[in-house]
Structure formats: C-alpha cells, structure tokens
Design a protein around this ligand. Structure first.
Ligand SMILES: *Cc1c(COP(=O)(O)O)cnc(C)c1O
Length: 375
C-alpha cells in the first residue's frame, strides 16, 4: 500500500464531535465557532483568534487588515506555497522576494532588510517545515521601516519560538487546517493578532462587512432589524461542523507533536550516516512541531530519487518550487536567478512522509527505499 506524504489523523472523538453539530441547531455561526476561537487563543496565550474557511482566506484577511493595495510592497520568501504571495498580489501589491537562510530555509532577515523600501507595508515570513522564522529580528526590521510582520504559520501551529508559542509573536499570524497540516478541520484556517484594530478589521472583512453592534451604526434608530455595511467584505466564516472537528483536533495537538518529534528523531538516527543527502537542521532557540521532513539530495540526483521513491509507492513531495517560477509571476516579469539560495535548495529538496498515522514499520520502509535509492 502506498505511503502518503501527509495524512490526517481522525479518531472516534473527532467523529462524535462533528456528528453532534449535525444534530444541533447551529451548522454555522453557533457556539462551537466561538469555542474553537477561544480554545485557539488560549493555546497560543492571546485574547482573540478568528477562524476562517482556509489558510489562504486568513492570509487574504491579514493583507486586507494591513490595508495593502496598488503601490504597496510585500516582502516575502519564495520558499513557500503560492498563497503566501498570491493573496497580496491579488490586491494589487507588488511582491518582493527575499532569499532564504541556508540552515533554516526561512526568509533571511538580512535579505529582508535589503528588500525593504518606504512602500513596504508587510513582511511575510513562513515557518518552513514547522521551524519558526527569525521572528524577533524580523519584527525589529519590519517595525523600523513602518511595516507589519505577518507570520505564515501554516506549518507551525504547536511550534515554540524562544519559549513562546507561535501565534502571538508576529503582528499577525495565519494558521491552516488543511488535512495534511499539523491538525485539521477539513478546510480551515485562522487569523491571530493581539492588535484589537487588526482583529476588528478582519472580523468585518470575514463577515461581509456587516455591523450589528448598535453603538457603531450610522443610523441606530432605523429599527431592531437594522444592520449596516461600512466597508466591503467577503464570507470567510468557518462553519460549526468544521469548528467541531478543529476543536477536537486541537485537544490532540501535543499528542500529534510528540509523534512528529519521534518520527523526526528516527529519521535523523537512520539517515545521518548517508552520504549524498543533507538532513534538516534546527536552531537551539526553537522547539518546532515538525510539519514535514525536508532532505537535500546532492549531486543532481533529486529527480532520480523522487522517481525511485514514487515507483516504490513512497509518495514523497517537493516543497516548494520557488514562487516566482510560477508562470503568473513570470508573466509579470519575474526571472529565475533572483534568489539563488532558495533556487539551489529547491533543486535538491525532497520531503519524506511525515504524519501521525505513519507507523514505525511504514517509516522503516521509507528509510529502506531511500537508502536503496541513494545507495
Ligand atoms: C497550506 C499552506 C497555505 C494555505 O493554506 P490553505 O488552508 O490550504 O488555504 C499557505 N501557506 C503555506 C506555507 C501553506 O503550507
């Protein structure tokens, strides 16, 4: 049987939680929505979190809250899923790609500094594979030039940076609950911030811009039914059905983290003697929840090893093609060669299967086939 690269872990409690909502009065906008948001905020240790229909939606909300538009610049990493940049480009912002650090594969603060201009409104870091970016340095650099730091933490719910949980450190943080991520709600995401103004803007944008609070209405005496829109919004609300799954999964986060840590250690132990590959590295001041296990395959062998693994039903992945290599960016004039460290990493990168349903014997099989391929 094929061994997938990522997979959700759903238990009977997760299933019961969803069924309970299906039998209740509230499929959406109900009490479980509020409970999931409160539980997320509490896990991160901040007052408020807002859940959204996807990580992509949460990124879009973040850029809208930051007020980006044509003429504004967003500095981000090319070593990410395209949504990190696409949601800003969609609003007309110009994307500036800054190269990555050789060790963590996260955006390099020095490269960010070089890419900043007076037009930069947001710096977006990604916690690649779950390893937190250099958040303190990036916050300092962004704030000195009047920009906000957005942390794309799609890989890193559960990770800890300098003793603090990811989610309450950057000006804005986004989580994704897609099935392959650290925990899932089917589809889903979250926006987190400790700034009440940013929270307020995202809450409005997520909910069609609808204002019901009487004290904020322009025409409060219209009648009890009255509600107003003061700014345009979309519907990015996560239904209670999915919030119930997310809430149940959140209670298993530390169990998931321990399992992923054990897989990471077993890969390290089993592969460290292999020439021809480079294992992932970690800084001392972080405790990542490992989202995937990215190795480098040296000497131009990546494609051959990828094909060998796939032929043996080990469904390895490559994360990621540099974002500006996508034709949509090429058509805007972006050219290869812009971020050589990221491009060099991409050419060699291979993500081994890493998920909570991966048993020791599955992992042994991955190791065996990889050793065979590297030879
Ligand atoms: C998965 C992912 C997203 C998008 O999340 P969705 O929930 O799939 O929309 C954004 N950024 C990164 C780095 C991701 O891995």
């Amino acid at each position: 049987m094929a061994i997938p690269y990522g997979h959700q872990s759903i238990n009977d409690d997760d299933i019961a939680a969803v069924v309970e909502i299906l039998r209740s009065d509230w499929l959406t906008m109900g009490p479980t929505h509020a409970s999931f948001e409160a539980a997320l905020a509490s896990v991160v240790g901040i007052p408020e979190a807002l859940v959204t229909t996807s990580g992509t939606a949460a990124l879009h909300c973040a850029y809208m809250a930051a007020g980006i538009g044509p003429g504004d610049e967003v500095v981000t990493t090319p070593m990410t899923f395209v949504a990190t940049a696409a949601t800003a480009a969609h609003e007309g912002a110009t994307i500036k790609f800054a190269d990555i650090d050789e060790v963590t594969r996260n955006i390099d603060p020095k490269a960010v500094e070089a890419a900043l201009s007076e037009r930069t409104k947001v710096v977006t870091a990604v916690d690649y594979a779950g390893h937190p970016a250099d958040l303190d340095e990036l916050l300092d650099i962004a704030h000195r030039s009047g920009a906000l730091l957005l942390e794309d933490a799609a890989h890193s719910i559960g990770s800890v940076y300098r003793g603090r949980p990811v989610g309450g450190i950057a000006d804005m943080t986004e989580f994704s609950f897609f099935p392959t991520k650290n925990m899932t709600s089917g589809e889903g995401g979250a926006f987190l911030s400790t700034d009440p103004d940013l929270i307020d803007r995202v809450r409005l944008f997520r909910g069609q811009g609808m204002i019901r609070d009487r004290s904020r209405l322009r025409n409060p005496d219209e009648g009890g039914w009255h509600q107003e829109v003061h700014s345009f919004g979309l519907n990015y609300r996560l239904p209670d059905i999915l919030c119930a799954l997310g809430l149940s999964q959140l209670s298993r986060l530390q169990e998931f983290k321990a399992h992923r840590a054990a897989l990471y250690d077993r890969y390290n132990a089993a592969l460290s003697d292999l020439d021809g590959i480079v294992l992932p590295a970690k800084r001392d001041d972080v405790d990542p929840m490992w989202h995937f296990y990215p190795i480098r395959v040296r000497d131009g062998q990546r494609k051959r090893v990828y094909n060998h693994m796939r032929e043996n039903e080990i469904l390895v992945q490559v994360n990621y093609i540099p974002v500006y290599w996508h034709p949509v960016f090429e058509d805007l004039g972006y050219r290869r060669g812009m971020c050589p460290v990221a491009e060099g990493f991409y050419e060699e990168e291979l993500s081994l299967p890493m998920h909570v349903e991966l048993s020791d014997s599955d992992q042994d099989r991955v190791i065996e086939v990889l050793r065979d391929a590297i030879g």
